[in-house]
Design a protein around this ligand. Structure first.
Ligand code: CP3
Length: 348
């Protein structure tokens, strides 16, 4: 196969580039006035996710403003449980709410995996619009939540600081817990496959709560599902690179790419770039990991820290990103400062 020319794809193929390509988690978001205006036009967050034209529009906004090397599809990890039959709504200023799963009967209310496409077809349409409209040098990234992270919301019916309800179900009713995990794993394979068919060039699996799985549970519920999803996708779409984000995995980052078959591991802020160069980048591309707080505070610290990360990871394949999503209180000018600090040569 011919070598990729887009910078993100080159880094994902293992190439060490003189300047790392850049994109940012939640780059289409409330810190941007143009996002807030399109979101108001859509009515609410979920209506925006399911309106293909407006979802494509907000995906393109940060590309127009900053020229990021990748665009990430605008959607949410919680659309998949909704497509499986869970109730989902967002409470302004608080976050997501869903129906809960406590019993076998709750699990049995979920629909079959093949049924997801009916609800999710507007998302695939967003991907098709984007693959036509993005600049030719920009890579389109599709995504899904990892089964564990999505399960934590489906079980508790909301975000929880310690994922307590999901851990409790794992302990007290492992049969139902495993059934939820299995349904989500297989549905995620279908969902990401459909995004690829629609034009996604890379997919990312967000395991935001991987850090609360320890020891054997981390193996069983973070590593194993990622491996299953990645091997199923690779069997069908061998040329599509996959980024895994086992957030807060700590030592679990070591060997994660090898164990799961991921082409790239996204780093959070609990690890330093120097540590990651030594322990994670040895297995291939890494992505990350500037603290999003710098997008609020700016100043010399932002430039200094950005350069430090670029320098620490310059010996191998690297995609520059934040360690987690940018927050609504971020200053859009600080995003430009970060990009300039990555792309401009360090003054002598
Ligand atoms: O990164 C991107 O720009 C792509 C779109 C995207 C969103 N959510 C849009 C969004 C992606 C990749 C996600 C992933 C997501 N969603 C995760 C995993 C990544 C992470 O942040 O850890 C999780 C856990 C969710 C679930 C979710 N969605 C929560 C908990 C919330 C509420 C918290 C908040 O920030 O308000 C959301 C809402 C959400 N998803 C927003 C956006 C832009 C804000 C909604 C708004 O406009 O009001």
């Amino acid at each position: 196969m011919s070598k990729p020319s887009k910078t993100i794809l080159r880094a994902l193929a293992g190439e060490t580039l003189p300047t790392p390509p850049i994109w940012m988690m939640r780059q289409a978001g409330r810190y941007l006035p143009e996002y807030r205006s399109t979101r108001a036009q859509a009515g609410d967050f979920l209506s925006l996710c399911y309106n293909s034209d407006l979802a494509a529009e907000v995906t393109l906004q940060p590309i127009r403003r900053y020229g990021f090397d990748a665009a990430i599809l605008f959607a949410d990890i919680l659309l998949l449980p909704q497509a499986l039959g869970a109730d989902l709504w967002f409470v302004t200023g608080e976050g997501p709410r869903l129906s809960t799963i406590e019993t076998q009967a709750d699990f049995e209310k979920l629909g079959p995996i093949e049924a997801i496409h009916e609800t999710l077809s507007p998302v695939y349409e967003t991907v098709r619009i984007l693959s036509r409209e993005l600049p030719k040098e920009t890579t389109l990234i599709g995504f899904a939540g990892a089964p564990w992270t999505v399960a934590t919301y489906m079980i508790a019916g909301r975000g929880t600081p310690d994922q307590g309800p999901a851990h409790a179900l794992m302990r007290e009713n492992p049969k139902v817990f495993d059934a939820v995990m299995h349904r989500l794993t297989e549905a995620t394979i279908l969902y990401l496959g459909a995004q690829i068919e629609a034009g996604a060039e890379v997919v990312k699996i967000f395991d935001s709560w991987a850090g609360s799985l320890k020891g054997a549970a981390f193996e069983r519920y973070a590593v194993h599902p990622a491996k299953r999803i990645i091997s199923a996708l690779k069997a069908k779409y061998p040329h599509i690179p996959i980024i895994a984000f086992p957030r807060e995995a700590g030592d679990g980052y070591i060997g994660f790419a090898r164990a799961t078959g991921a082409d790239c591991v996204a780093l959070d802020n609990s690890v330093t770039a120097a540590w990651a160069a030594q322990h994670v980048q040895v297995d291939g591309c890494v992505q990350g990991n500037l603290a999003s707080s710098h997008m609020v505070t700016g100043g010399d610290a932002l430039v200094h820290k950005t350069r430090e990360i670029v320098q620490a990871l310059s010996g191998g394949p690297h995609i520059f990103n934040l360690g987690h999503g940018i927050t609504p209180d971020a200053d859009p000018d600080n995003v430009q400062r970060m990009i300039d600090a990555v792309r401009e040569p360090v003054p002598a």
